[in-house]
Write a protein of this length. Sequence first.
Length: 496
Amino acid sequence: MSEVGGPGAGPRPGPSDDLSAAFVVVGGGIAGVSCAEALAVLRPEANVILVSASPLIKAATNVQPLTKYLVQFDVEEQAASELTRRCPTVRVLHDAAVSMRPDGPDGGVLVTASGRRVSYGRLCVCAGARPKPTLTDHPLVLTVRDTESVRALQARVAGARRVLVVGNGGIATELVHKVRAVEVVWVVRHDHISAAFVDAGAAEFLLPAAEEAQAEPAADGADPPKPLLKRMRYTEAPAAAGEAPEGLVGAALGPDWHARWELRGTEAARPLRIEYGCEVARLLPGDDQWPLRAELTNGQVLGADLVVSATGVVPNVEAFTAGNPALRLADDGGILVDEQMRTAVAGVYAAGDVCSAGWAQAKHWFQMRLWTQARQMGTYAGRCMAAHAVGEELLQDFCFEMFSHVTRFFDHKVVLLGLHSGQKLDDGDWEVLLRAVKGKEYVKLVLQHGRVQGAVLVGDTDLEETFENLILDQVDVSHLGDDLLHPHVDIEDYFD
Ligand SMILES: Cc1cc2nc3c(=O)[nH]c(=O)nc-3n(C[C@H](O)[C@H](O)[C@H](O)COP(=O)(O)OP(=O)(O)OC[C@H]3O[C@@H](n4cnc5c(N)ncnc54)[C@H](O)[C@@H]3O)c2cc1C
Ligand SMILES: NC(=O)C1=CN([C@@H]2O[C@H](COP(=O)(O)OP(=O)(O)OC[C@H]3O[C@@H](n4cnc5c(N)ncnc54)[C@H](OP(=O)(O)O)[C@@H]3O)[C@@H](O)[C@H]2O)C=CC1
């Protein structure tokens, strides 16, 4: 346990020293840090304690709005002292919360792994999530979440001939693009790649880039030099034994995590092999060729040196649910929060990957466990806590009106807006308008009754602002017919 103090921090206290603050935030990831920053700005007279199991914190820097809703930002791993320098009322406690005792409407007590009691007026749980434990009770099955886990993966890949990647979401998509000089077999339960993010059409568009990257010759054995990323300035020190409860991980990696890590074996380049429509049924003992074998649900048995399991996340709720039956959870295991980020327990809020949005959601918004939403929820939770502390209520932030996400898959910019895969729309009640130029761009609009409900934009289309406005304004575009995506029609002119 260590501490970086704000005002009145004084000498480093022993584990038995109790602490108290008007606002306590648990979690040094993007949600917790955004929450603490908002509280520091809005309630400069109040003390804030940030309790984080990870020694470094994550902060959003270089925030660039691309449109009203789409925001791009870097994520910097920072020393805790950097946060207290920026926000002098915030004290960071490097410790793990092990239980929560919400004694009454005026606050409660958080107990930490080092035995410290931290009294709070209002508490925000931003404890993130950890990888879903699919197949993970085998030593050759790895997951990716924090710096430590990538380091372990890097060491294993270096000596591997064949890696099985299981899962079809963000991590698998980024990994199969990144791992080189090893045979990669990607096991996906769907009929197309990257299904957690894109539809079959966009996947088809991305596939050649995925295959090209894997087939790329190893040249002289090294990738071209990578630009150094300032967002990854610090290296997380491995947590000292006993500092955090077993199984607790550091803050999640984020955008461009893979740019910093070389994941390379020593084999000749091999084409990416994709096994569609199946899962790993069970793991079998190795044989004289492979240390591990996997039986797929399509009947094949594949030998491998290691398996990367990337099948989604499980919210870190255990420290908060134990002894608190009133804390309500959603079906996905997250802590249910209302439209003001309040949990079912008085004075306790939650934000980021650990929470599940339990409010009546706007038509074009839905939750996905992403950096953007962690930052939005963390900041908004801080604003709500600050307002409630003085008896005020807030109107919900406009960022929860429409889903928006920008990322890069296989070196293509990918923008997802609104109900981009027809989420929430009744089958047969919506249509799709498409424009695709192989290797250059893929534009898909989801339309319902002549109004744009969602969009997928792959490549540098420059269309995000236009379609964001059309989704928000719900203008009837049926008179435009296919012209809506005609390359020679400037849609913006229509709506000026
Ligand atoms: C490999 C990878 C790549 C990703 N890439 C992207 C991307 O490109 N774009 C994107 O939008 N999203 C991406 N994500 C998702 C994104 O990283 C998460 O949605 C986001 O980090 C969630 O932030 P958080 O603050 O809620 O949780 P976390 O970042 O998980 O932080 C949780 C914090 O709580 C601490 N903690 C946990 N339990 C306790 C406890 N009991 N006591 C004290 N502290 C505790 C942890 O140590 C950590 O500091 C990626 C995730 C991964 C794993
Ligand atoms: N660029 C970005 O925006 C990135 C975002 N992330 C985020 O980080 C988090 C972790 O990423 P990731 O682990 O990839 O999770 P995701 O939620 O992105 O994807 C999980 C995938 O695994 C599949 N799956 C679930 N269970 C199994 C199983 N038992 N066997 C086979 N497949 C299974 C899911 O299928 P189904 O949907 O059918 O359940 C889904 O396709 C996510 O919140 C993700 O959004 C991560 C990396 C990059």
